[in-house]
Design a protein around this ligand. Structure first.
Ligand SMILES: Nc1ncnc2c1ncn2[C@@H]1O[C@H](COP(=O)(O)OP(=O)(O)OP(=O)(O)O)[C@@H](O)[C@H]1O
Ligand SMILES: [Mg+2]
Length: 506
């Protein structure tokens, strides 16, 4: 008696072990049935699962049946004993299957039915029947009782139910992830990038060339020109698309935090490090890391980054164990990196390592023919978002096309969104545009009139400076507000205030 109890406990323990051995449904359930059959001397053990859509029962795992037999073992609810158990949700025991008419013997695996008893137990999770387990057994004096078997199998069935439940939600999450990934791939695809100008088309050509490689890419260009968008496009069109895309803004954190963010930290690496932190490089394993504003990376971290690029290894803070990084690097900056190298702010060796393929994002004012396309694109987008049908007069389009767009596409998108929200009539005319665009158009034409030989970039700069001064005045020198009004970030505004030497009263 005691010996049987021990065997039962051992069987339950072993089954619970094999069920957590992998995430392969058939493999785990087959091992569970094998374990059970071996330890409890059963001739056969089967797990049937119910297909939630067709309501068919299918043998998912079996011990003591051939492949052919497994294939044949299909039942409908209500059919045979297995079907009855599914329907009623209660276990059944057939002492001698030779005398039971309900026993269909579908699998034809029992030529001589005599002497074999059949046990069938439902697999149930939160009131839902997922399937059944069945076992064949020849009972004799020295073996335990049927009640004992039913008890053990009921426990095993509930272990299996937990596992199947987990497995199902994992499958669903996996499917959802795959769908989301496909959506991202579609969203960040070349046809979804707006621009027909030669300058932009050559960017796209470069993108499709580098996407297939693992080459490090350096994206250069003013703010709002689409550097991040291009970085994502390269990732989602590359063989790494199944892996993660991890973006890090190197300007957003102070040096020590940035180091931890990039490379991670071991528990106890410094006071307060109560848990191990996984860094962004580790998270990006198998995918792409996007190092935005790379020009702001402190010199000490530049050395570490160089090592990742050259040797593909790094260590977590507070650890000496090297970690291998299978990561593609895309970096971006709106600074003149070459100039930073010259000033000693950026390591030359790193500069050349990053500069394997450099893609220069043209500012909007250098590809003006794309402005109407972008305006239409964003008009459509925001009309849909705000359920409106706003159009633009050709006069207004002319002003937008002539405007200098210091904040580039981001500024353009913000401007159109604001216009759509604020529009009181269905057509936006030139008087509805922000007054700075309006006046800039005047200034530009008058400049053209009086200084036909002046350089364009100088002209653009003086307009930009004027606009910034005005925005600052209008917003009481609160820089965050002025930046918002201009459609640029406070950082970008700060940069320009310095660049033009604009005085800001404190
Ligand atoms: N070719 C394009 N077609 C459509 N939208 C674009 C295009 N390029 C950029 N955009 C949009 O413009 C906005 C700014 O792009 P993004 O954030 O990639 O610029 P950025 O160069 O990274 O700017 P920053 O330097 O300020 O971070 C985003 O909303 C992006 O979707
Ligand atoms: Mg960016």
């Amino acid at each position: 008696m005691k010996k049987n109890r021990d065997k039962e406990l051992l069987a339950i323990l072993e089954v619970s072990k094999v069920l957590t051995a992998s995430f392969d449904l058939e493999r785990n359930l087959t091992s569970a049935m094998e374990t059970l059959s071996n330890l409890l001397e059963m001739q056969r053990g089967c797990v049937y699962l119910l297909d939630p859509i067709s309501k068919d029962l299918r043998i998912v795992a079996a011990h003591g049946l051939t492949r052919e037999e497994i294939k044949k073992g299909k039942y409908r609810i209500g059919e045979g004993i297995v079907g009855r158990v599914i329907e009623t949700g209660s276990p059944m025991f057939v002492p001698n299957i030779g005398e039971e008419p309900k026993f269909l013997n579908r699998t034809k695996s029992r030529p001589a039915k005599q002497g074999i008893s059949f046990l069938c137990i439902p697999i149930e999770l939160k009131g839902e029947i997922l399937g059944v387990i069945s076992a064949d057994r020849i009972y004799s004096e020295e073996h335990g009782s049927v009640d004992d078997d039913i008890r053990v199998l009921t426990i095993v069935a509930s272990l299996i139910a937990q596992f199947v439940g987990l497995w199902k939600s994992y499958q669903e999450a996996d499917k959802e992830r795959e769908e989301l990934r496909l959506q991202l791939k579609e969203r960040f695809s070349i046809p979804n990038l707006i621009g027909e100008s030669d300058r932009f088309q050559s960017v796209l050509k470069a993108v499709s060339k580098v996407a297939n490689t693992d080459a490090t890419v350096l994206l250069l260009g003013e703010s709002g020109t689409g550097k991040e968008l291009i970085a994502r496009t390269i990732h989602y069109q590359s063989p790494r698309a199944k892996g993660p895309f991890v973006a890090v803004n190197c300007a957003a954190l102070p040096e020590n935090l940035l180091e931890m963010e990039l490379f991670g930290a071991e528990k106890g690496a410094f006071t307060g490090a109560t848990e191990r932190r996984i860094g962004r490089f580790e998270r990006a394993h198998g995918g792409t890391i996007f190092l935005d504003e790379i020009g702001e990376l402190p010199l000490s971290l530049q050395a570490k980054l160089l090592r990742v690029i050259q040797e593909k290894i790094f260590e977590r803070l507070g650890s000496s164990k090297p970690i291998h990084a299978d990561v593609r690097i895309i970096a971006a900056t709106n600074r003149d990196l070459h100039d930073e190298v010259f000033r000693g702010n950026f390591r030359e060796d790193l500069y050349w390592r990053l500069n394997v393929v450099a893609i220069m994002m043209p500012p909007l004012r250098e590809r003006r023919e794309d402005i109407p396309l972008l305006v239409d694109y964003y008009l459509k987008k925001f009309n849909k978002k705000y359920k409106k049908s706003i159009e633009l007069s050709s006069d207004a389009m002319e002003i937008l096309t002539g405007y200098s767009w210091p904040g580039n596409i981001r500024e353009l998108a913000n401007t159109i969104e604001r216009l759509v929200i604020m529009a009181e009539r269905n057509v936006i005319d030139r008087i509805d545009l922000p007054c700075n665009m309006y006046t800039e158009a005047e200034v530009t034409t008058s400049h053209k009139r009086f200084s036909p030989g002046g350089s364009l970039s100088h002209e653009v700069e003086s307009i930009e400076k004027e606009r910034i001064i005005r925005a600052l005045k209008e917003n009481n020198y609160i820089q965050s507000r002025a930046a918002r009004a201009l459609g640029i970030t406070p950082r970008q505004l700060g940069y320009r205030i310095k660049k033009y030497g604009i005085e800001v009263p404190s």
